[in-house]
Design a protein around this ligand. Structure first.
Ligand SMILES: [Zn+2]
Length: 543
């Protein structure tokens, strides 16, 4: 009798446990939990916006009384995708401007701008996304056609990476740009003593700063339209890199109202007022918003030859690019950021820019640490400098679709030798044993499955090149999935609350129509998100 008693008690306890209430049971799924053992499960239970239990449906159904049952019908379920480097707000604004991504020629751009100007009859015409590398004639255009079409209305059209733009005379007049004018870290192009309208790097800002501030309503629309597309792509957290501090309140308010459900990791731009704001406030952390990082620019982009290289460009013998600020500036801000425990995230693309920043980081971080300072892009890294990432726990934050977009011309810029040191994600991963992945949207498409595909196959959407671009730097599927979930969360100091489907974490998850861990590589890009959940709430349904 004495022996039976504990068993009876256990049985009684088990019966009682059936009465546990839960909000949702997801069953009949292949759940990639992305826990430390990369285990799979067939079901999980959600309560109060968090994962309560993970296991198989039989045992979970016995224990929990779920208000709602989601039958995944055998589909694969993953933690919600995180984009570790993007421009969420800018993307949303871009949705309200002339979209020039994928245009093939200057005349095609002119047509798009004309069509836009007929739909939107006043104010500035702002366009984004052109890339002369996609044109047959790869030279920068000039402003003549824009001047004849829009003699009074200001027009500015930014290159896909934002590091160059073309403005018409009306816009240049408003900004007071004159032929022969010079600017540090930028270029105002002239031809035969006349402005061509082309502005490179810091020169772009002379004109864009004159664009009138968008109204509150336009900002809200931008954020909500960005969110809609991101949910449809399976994103549940996005890192927005380089916002002004004034956006923090706007975002928080829209989140508090319940309209903006997207979780955002916000990096403030490298400007004095942003430091003043955040140093005074300290880390801002709510379930959907995390502000503790600064986004700093070391150099420009490789496509526009703004990346700062150790040796000259292979296709421009005397040109090595340039730093966007005097290194003194970076040396001054780094200790201030370090002293307060904030995160420094620096855009560095060329091997010279990467080296300058690694050295400044090293001087402040001193050795292994947990400040998780990031080098954004880390596109070209001298083999000599690689080990510094590991020695100083510096996080390379990379965008696999950049490799497959740039591969057509990166070799021309860098030459074959140096190309081998570029987009070296596997090598970078080895440094700390983890690496966050992103897209840099709107520079690239927002779709995280394109990131996954580019990371593992090293091919573009045309399936080019057959064997993959520098395939020695491909990631495994497990690594790529971690890069979009748990490692991206870690880059944001959020690995304890998201990035995997484990008890206690937010119920952010996504259901796909194919299992990207198993389908043929060529089928990855066409894989579709069927449902996206944040905090256990469905925010996207393909049906
Ligand atoms: Zn970026």
């Amino acid at each position: 009798m004495k022996r039976l008693l504990p068993a009876l008690l256990l049985l009684a306890a088990a019966c009682k446990q059936k009465e546990y209430n839960a909000d949702m049971l997801v069953k009949n799924a292949v759940v990639y939990t992305v826990d430390s053992n990369f285990t799979t499960a067939s079901a999980f239970v959600v309560s109060g916006g968090k994962i309560l239990a993970v296991g198989n449906a039989d045992s979970l159904e016995q224990k929990y009384n779920a208000r709602e049952v989601v039958d995944a019908q055998g589909a694969a379920v993953y933690p919600g995708f995180i984009d570790a480097h993007a421009h969420f707000y800018e993307y949303g604004m871009g949705l309200q401007e002339v979209n020039l991504v994928g245009t093939h020629s200057w005349p095609e751009i002119i047509d798009s701008v004309k069509a836009y100007s007929e739909r939107n009859t006043d104010g500035w015409i702002i366009g984004n996304g052109w890339d002369q590398n996609d044109w047959t004639n790869k030279h920068f255009p000039d402003k003549a056609k824009l001047d004849s079409l829009f003699p009074m209305r200001p027009v500015i059209l930014s290159r896909v990476d934002g590091h160059a733009a073309i403005a018409n005379q009306a816009a240049l007049n408003i900004a007071g740009v004159k032929p022969g004018q010079t600017i540090n870290g930028g270029e105002i192009e002239t031809s035969n003593g006349k402005l061509t309208g082309i502005l490179v790097d810091n020169a772009v800002g002379i004109v864009t700063r004159k664009i009138p501030e968008p109204t509150a309503a336009i900002i809200d629309t931008a954020l909500l339209s960005a969110q809609k597309n991101c949910f449809a792509a399976g994103l549940t957290t996005v890192d927005d890199c380089g916002l002004p501090y004034t956006m923090v309140n706007t975002i928080a308010e829209l989140q508090n109202k319940g309209d903006l459900k997207m979780r955002l990791y916000v990096m403030l731009a490298d400007r004095q007022e942003n430091y003043d704001y955040l140093f005074k406030k300290g880390i801002i952390k709510t379930p959907r918003l995390n502000v503790r990082a600064f986004k700093v620019y070391a150099d420009g982009a490789l496509g526009s030859r703004g990346a700062c290289l150790l040796k000259p460009y292979a296709d421009s013998a005397k040109w090595s690019g340039f730093l966007l600020s005097n290194p003194k500036h970076f040396e001054e801000i780094a200790p201030k950021i370090a002293a307060r425990g904030f995160q420094m995230c620096t855009h560095a693309i060329g091997d010279s820019a990467v080296r300058v920043m690694l050295k400044i980081y090293a001087a402040n971080l001193k050795g292994k640490n947990d400040l998780r300072w990031r080098i954004e892009h880390a596109q070209i890294v001298s083999p000599q400098d690689l080990d510094m990432f590991g020695q100083y726990s510096i996080v390379p934050s990379v965008q696999p679709t950049h490799a497959t977009s740039d591969m057509y011309w990166a070799g021309k810029r860098l030459g074959p030798e140096r190309l081998k040191t570029a987009y070296a994600y596997k090598q970078l991963l080895k440094q700390n044993g983890w690496i966050p992945l992103g897209t840099d949207f709107p520079v690239e498409n927002i779709n995280p499955l394109y990131t996954f595909y580019a990371a593992v196959e090293r091919k573009d959407l045309k399936g080019f090149p057959e064997g993959g671009f520098q395939p020695e730097n491909a990631l495994t599927r497990i690594e790529a999935l971690k890069g979009m979930t748990i490692w991206a969360a870690k880059a944001n100091f959020e690995e304890k609350e998201k990035g995997s489907i484990e008890p206690g974490k937010y119920a952010d998850f996504v259901i796909l129509d194919k299992d990207i861990m198993k389908v043929k590589g060529s089928e990855i890009p066409a894989t579709k998100v069927t449902q996206t959940y944040i905090n256990g709430v469905k925010v996207y349904d393909k049906k």
